[in-house]
Design a protein around this ligand. Structure first.
Ligand code: ADP
Ligand code: MG
Length: 584
């Protein structure tokens, strides 16, 4: 189970609010809940009828009454059929509730996940979040469904059978009830043990999938370093540990039934003994009583385990609610305006930003004129990507502010800000969809075939797109392997071109390329920059040299600004960076 919460994960005193919150998800399905309730009431009353049949049976046996002889077999079948209908309604409609809750919760969680700020993703690995959507949601609904089923089905059955037993012989039933706490205690000891072992089993299961993932994803590395033995050893260790714990689990699980039934048998033996000594009523009633007492054992056992089921669900739901309670991006209420870009002037005013303790930008001030291309250079870690993240409001600066055409970006809606900025970075993210869908990604309007073609053409991507069998309808998921890094990058550029935003941000968009692709991409980027204010983080000299302004950064500070020629002439930091690059 995945714990998103850092606080104490056990659900204890504060289960009630969690429980209530969970139940709000069942509200839209109240009518199914009602049908389920009716179903289980019908089922439970038929259990009592079955016990009563025993009495008629013995009476029939002694009197050989013709009517009874016909009535009993017919009644048994009819009662069983009604019982079946009730069971069906109960089980089916509670599942409908469960499926509805899974669907609603899963959708709410996903919508919330994609709306959370970047800092949320920074702190977690994606596997953890995937399990939250897949595993925890299933756990929650599984246990809600299971718990409701137990409470209603077994609850009504126990109530019905007990009432019948009290009605037949209340003193004997009191004696019988003395045993109940003992049974409940046994079940609870066993379930505590199960919970402990199954928690460790989950950990080893996690290890197994973790090792498998790593080995299969990095298969080329494993082979080239002859790592098969190492991987097998790691895997075997996790697998053996899982088997060891599973064996423990199964041993107790197999023991549980016999022990429980021995206790039941002792209890029944006591009842039999007392009946044999003191029973006044008919023998039929005695048999009927014993039948009811035997039938009640199973639902009592189920009821004693209901707490465990509920706790499991609550623990899983806690992590989900923790995420659902996290604040989404864009929280200030004043930002209802939309950003209006006419020129494309960008100003950073004394912007400072730290990731936790670490200062990444220090009083950064820079004015970028409309249509200019500004190149950011500096060693890795100097704060270039951070600057871009702040412009896109992936993070909020701790002090200072950023304006676009004079409008502070934190006073406009996130959506309007991001609509005005086209972003291409080093990791070209392509989705498992057609080339068209990848290029027009995020554009709400209808697909404009002409713009699409134009964008692909200007991105120098048209040739290889046309070479695909299905052209623009080619699925990237399948073609992805056949596309080179440069081709993927050109698709990313086509995406930015299609977006046609007045501000362009390129973060190391060319750094992972081979020389052949570079020429094509360089051309595409130059087309892309025309008429747009551009911030480019680059390693390639050609890109840098053509920039209107070069900003050399070090440790979150600007050390130099100027044109390529003037900075070289200064013989300063840029000149030394430049010299280093030539050597390398
Ligand atoms: P550059 O793009 O110039 O290589 P970055 O802006 O990525 O530099 O990083 C600036 C500093 O901030 C570095 O010291 C880096 O380690 C740190 N940093 C970057 N991203 C994060 C993050 N998500 N969490 C914590 N620290 C970060
Ligand atoms: Mg960077």
């Amino acid at each position: 189970m995945i714990k998103i919460a850092t606080k104490e994960p056990k659900v204890k005193g504060d289960s009630w609010p969690l429980y209530q919150r969970l139940f709000t998800y069942t509200k839209p399905y109240r009518h199914f809940m009602l049908l389920c309730l009716i179903g289980f009431i019908i089922m439970a009353s038929m259990e009592v009828v079955m016990a009563k049949m025993m009495e008629y049976f013995v009476d029939g046996l002694t009197t050989r009454d013709k009517q009874l002889i016909v009535f009993i077999p017919v009644a048994v079948v009819v009662a069983r059929i009604i019982h079946g209908v009730g069971t069906f309604c109960g089980n089916y409609f509670i599942s409908r509730v469960g499926l509805g809750v899974v669907n609603d919760m899963r959708k709410a969680l996903f919508a919330h996940l994609v709306a959370l700020p970047c800092s949320f993703y920074d702190a977690r690995n994606s596997g953890e979040l995937v399990s939250l959507v897949i595993y925890n949601i299933a756990q929650v609904t599984g246990s809600v469904t299971q718990a409701v089923k137990i409470v209603l089905r077994d609850g009504f059955t126990v109530i019905g059978l007990l009432a019948y037993m009290f009605y037949l012989e209340w003193k004997l039933t009191l004696v019988f009830l003395i045993m109940a706490p003992m049974l409940a205690g046994l079940v609870s000891i066993a379930s505590r043990y199960f919970r402990r072992v199954s928690r460790s089993m989950q950990v080893t299961m996690g290890d197994i999938s973790h090792v498998t993932n790593e080995a299969l994803q990095g298969y080329k590395l494993v082979k080239s370093y002859n790592g098969q033995r190492y991987e097998c050893e790691r895997f075997n260790k996790a697998s053996n540990e899982n088997t060891r714990l599973s064996t423990k689990y199964e041993r107790v699980s197999a023991l549980q039934g016999p022990i429980y039934h021995t206790v039941i048998a002792i209890n029944l033996a006591l009842i039999l003994f007392l009946i044999l000594l003191f029973w006044q009523d008919s023998p039929g009633a005695a048999l009927s009583y014993i039948t009811a007492a035997a039938m009640i054992a199973k639902p009592i056992r189920q009821l004693s385990s209901v707490n465990e089921v509920i706790q499991k669900g609550l623990a899983a739901s806690e992590s989900i609610f923790t995420v659902l309670d996290m604040e989404k991006e864009q929280s200030t209420s004043s930002e209802q305006k939309t950003l209006d870009v006419s020129q494309g002037q960008i100003d950073f005013h004394q912007v400072s930003f730290s990731y936790g303790e670490k200062r990444a930008l220090n009083n950064f001030t820079l004015s970028i004129q409309p249509g200019q291309t500004v190149a950011l250079v500096g060693q890795s870690g100097s704060g270039k990507s951070t600057l871009i993240s702040l412009l896109l409001r992936f993070y909020e600066p701790q002090s200072g502010h950023i304006t676009i055409d004079g409008q502070p970006i934190n006073a406009v809606t996130l959506q309007s800000l991001r609509a005005q900025v086209a972003f291409v970075n080093q990791q070209t993210t392509l989705f498992n969809d057609t080339i068209t869908a990848n290029v027009v990604y995020g554009s709400a309007a209808e697909i404009d075939a002409q713009s699409l073609h134009h964008a692909a053409d200007n991105a120098n991507a048209i040739d290889f797109i046309e070479a695909q069998e299905l052209k623009f309808d080619t699925l990237i998921g399948e073609a992805g392997d056949r596309l080179s890094g440069g081709q993927r990058q050109r698709l990313a550029i086509a995406r930015a071109l299609y977006k046609d935003a007045p501000i362009l941000v390129l973060d190391e968009a060319t750094s992972a390329l081979d020389n052949e692709s570079e020429q094509l991409i360089q051309e595409a980027l130059e087309t892309l920059q025309q008429g747009r204010t551009t911030i480019v983080v680059a390693h390639r000299l050609s890109t840098i040299e053509k920039a209107d302004v070069i900003v050399a950064m070090q440790d979150g500070n600007i050390v130099e600004t100027g044109s390529h020629q003037s900075l070289l002439a200064q013989q300063g930091y840029y000149a030394s960076l430049h010299a280093k690059q030539f050597e390398g």
